[in-house]
Each structure stands twice: as C-alpha cells, then as structure tokens.
Design a protein. Structure first.
Length: 310
C-alpha cells in the first residue's frame, strides 16, 4: 500500500509539481501576470485539447449517459449539503454563497486534465472529455446563479457560455465524428501542438495563482465557513461521488476518472465569481489554496483506491 502510494506520487505528482513550482517562483521573483496566459489557455489551448480528445475519444453511449447523470446528481447533492451546512453553522449570506461555490466547482480543467492524463493515460482522458465540457457549461450558468443568488441574470449567464470557444470546438468535433470526416494531416498536427502545450501552461498558471492567494490576514468570523469548505471538498465530495458512481454502475476506469475529477480542489473560477458577486472572495481564495495543497495527499489516495477497489 505505502509503496503504491509513493509510486503514484513519483510517477504522477512529481511531474505535475515541476510546472506548478515554476509558476510559484515566477510569481514571487518576476511578479508573473497570469491574465494573458489565462486568456491563451482558455481561448486557445483548452479548446485544442478538448477538440483533439473528443475527436478521437473512445467513449461509449453508456459512458456518456453515466457521465451526464453523475454530473448533475453530484452538483445537486453537493449544493444541498453546502446549503444545509450553511444553515447549521449560521453563516451570512455571502459566506453561504461562497460555500456553495467551494462545494460545487472543482479545478477539473486546469489541474484535472493533466492529472487524468498522467494517472489514467489517454483512455482516461477520453472518458474525462465529456465531463469537462459539461463542467465548463455548468460553471458559466449555474455557477453565476450560485454566486449571485438574488440578482441572477439569465442573459448574462447565457452570453458567458456563448463566448466560450470550447463549446464550439466540442460541437465541431462531434459533427466531424458523425460525418466521418478526417482533418488534413497538417491541420491535425498543428492542433496537436497546441494541445500538447495545454498541461504545462495551465500548471504554471495554477502555481502562480496559488502564490498570489497565499498572503493576507485571516478573518476569525470566516473560520467556520473555511472548515466547512475543507470538509466538503476533501471528505464529503469523494464519498458522495464514489457512492453515486457505484449506484450508476460506472466501470472501473470511468469510476476512477470521474471520482478524481469530482474530488479536485476548488476551482479558480470560483473566486472570480465570488469577487464579481460579493460571495466572500477571501474565504473562497483561502479554500482554493488549502484544498490545492491538500490534494497532493488526498488525490494519490483516491487514485490508489480507484485502482484497487473500483
């Protein structure tokens, strides 16, 4: 058991740590501005890897059905638990909204895709593609509702979704697959080059964002919300995800991939929504930092568990 845990750390998390540490150092030494890199990742690299993965993915109709069902069941259960905890702990409205964001949205794109590729290989990445596209849609629709609550704008959420190129390339990949059309080799090679750049770039961004979240004084009134957020992401999310996937009858590989993606640290996008809609951004930022740090222990355990018990 211990040797397997160490093996996962060495083979999966040590490679991931190099660009993350590089991002931390660049932020500290050169004050790296991640905004331009984030634009490149969101509008160029992420769509490229999603396109190539969906175009070539070996995913069955059953896998797609389970993934879609799991995505919405997991979202609803985590939302329900966060609402219940918010009431039990008597949190303020902004902390309740922040807790919902922490509970419901994970860093399954920037951190999850490179991790799945290293831990489960291309077959795992194929199974992850549908879940990733769904999460992109959910974060930019339901995520706005969770953050804004009373002043939710359906129009704004819809426009945010329509601006995401990942959705269009996903649709294009689907059309090409259905029609049996193959891309010219030179086009495919160019897109593959962009897709290959995705993992290192987004992990550098993740490291820089972790460094930027590390400072600041802690406010005592947010302590209960912070503890609840850690419990939701590090313990309750993996348990509920495993139970749901087991009941849905997911196969061994699909269960492992979705379990890991649903148990990722809090999404960086959560603090963007929290800042925009005053959903306790300081609390959300601290949860992002600490759930990311804790993930280097929690996720290897889940990968090991999925490999031996799924």
């Amino acid at each position: 058991m211990s040797s397997s845990f160490v093996s996962i750390l060495v083979q999966v998390f040590v490679p991931l740590a190099f660009p993350v540490v590089a991002g931390i150092l660049l932020k500290r030494i050169k004050s790296l501005d991640t905004k331009p890199l984030s634009v490149v990742a969101l509008y160029l690299l992420s769509p490229s890897i999603i396109f190539t993965t969906l175009l070539d993915a070996q995913v069955s109709a059953e896998d797609i059905g389970i993934t879609v069902s799991f995505s919405f069941i997991n979202l609803l259960t985590m939302w329900g638990v966060s609402v219940l905890l918010g009431r039990l702990l008597k949190l303020g409205d902004s902390e309740k909204s922040g807790l919902t964001l922490v509970a419901s949205f994970t860093n399954c794109v920037n951190y999850g895709l490179p991790l799945v590729l290293l831990a489960f290989g291309q077959a795992g990445l194929d199974k992850a593609a549908v879940y990733i596209v769904l999460q992109i849609i959910i974060v930019n629709t339901i995520g706005v509702f969770f953050a804004a609550r009373s002043h939710f704008s359906v129009k704004k959420a819809g426009l945010a979704v329509l601006k995401l190129p990942a959705l269009y390339v996903a649709a294009l990949a689907g059309l090409l697959r259905l029609s049996g059309t193959a891309l010219p080799e030179s086009f495919a090679t160019g897109i593959d080059l962009l897709a290959a750049a995705y993992s290192p770039v987004v992990l550098v961004i993740l490291g820089a964002q972790m460094a930027s979240r590390a400072g600041g004084e802690w406010e005592p009134r947010l302590q209960r919300a912070f503890q609840a957020g850690l419990a939701l992401r590090l313990a309750i999310a993996p348990l509920l995800s495993w139970l749901t996937l087991t009941l849905l009858g997911a196969d061994r590989l699909l269960l492992g991939v979705l379990l890991v993606l649903a148990s990722m640290p809090t999404a960086v996008n959560a603090v963007i929504l929290a800042e925009q809609f005053n959903a306790s951004p300081k609390f959300v930022s601290r949860c992002i930092l600490w759930t990311t740090l804790a993930s280097f222990v929690v996720l290897p355990v889940l990968i090991l568990f999925a490999g031996t018990n799924a």
